[in-house]
Ligand binder design. Sequence first.
Ligand SMILES: [Zn+2]
Ligand SMILES: [Zn+2]
Length: 282
Amino acid sequence: MIVRCYGARGSVPTSGNEFSKYGGNTTCMQIESNEKDIIVVDAGSGIRPLGEELNTRNIETIHLFFTHYHLDHIIGFPFFKPLFNKKIKIKIYGPRFLGKSLRHILDNFFIPPYFPINPYDICAGENLEYINIDEDEDYNIDNFKITTIRLNHPNGGLGYRFVEKNSSFVFLTDNELDHKHFNDFDYNKYVEFSKNADLLIHDSEYSDEEYKFTKGWGHTTFKSAFEFAKKCKVKRFGLFHHNQKRSDNDLEEIVNNMKDNIRQSEMEMECFAPSQNYEIEL
Ligand SMILES: [Zn+2]
Ligand SMILES: [Zn+2]
């Protein structure tokens, strides 16, 4: 599979010279199987440029997964051009929230006065299908096996493990490892879920200093996420949900410190911060 990142910024899109390397678009990932099946995860502002690309390709179906519905993960949804391309079937997957369906949640946000029209109305919904999914389940979609886990985050959400043959990618954004958002939170469950992945991308939003004020906001420190990745024995670890203030230089310094730590401990783990142009074949 090929994993591509179109947006790695957390909370709100950013712009400016100091963010030019890692980019300012919010969460959007694309996973393409060896058979060219397309999965997209989240519709942050990064989904807009991805949509432009996909619209020019000869694609029959796109599987769009939502981790959760905080603004930074849905804000690009109505700007995703394939929604309005009747030649492309879009299957949309996501968790319920308080018993409300994925379709209900999206339909009730992209309406006046928050947004002038509902995307479903423009394309008459002919090419859209909404599928509610749950935590701790397995789904077989095209050549992928997908497993879900509940995110430890305000208002919940889902983390995903995507497996194609022997390759695996675990995506856990907006997941807080050092605070309980639900009663049966179990750190080891996340370790088991992520174990031996070829690629783990995990929320790594805060410094320890910042976390003194932001504990309970649903995000993890980069130190804690790094320790988690080591425990999971993953091959590659990507920091994610870059803080809105985190400059390119800041991110490089964080990654370099982690690389030093890896060298000293004689471990084998690649460590990086994905930019919104990041691509890797697993
Ligand atoms: Zn977020
Ligand atoms: Zn969130």
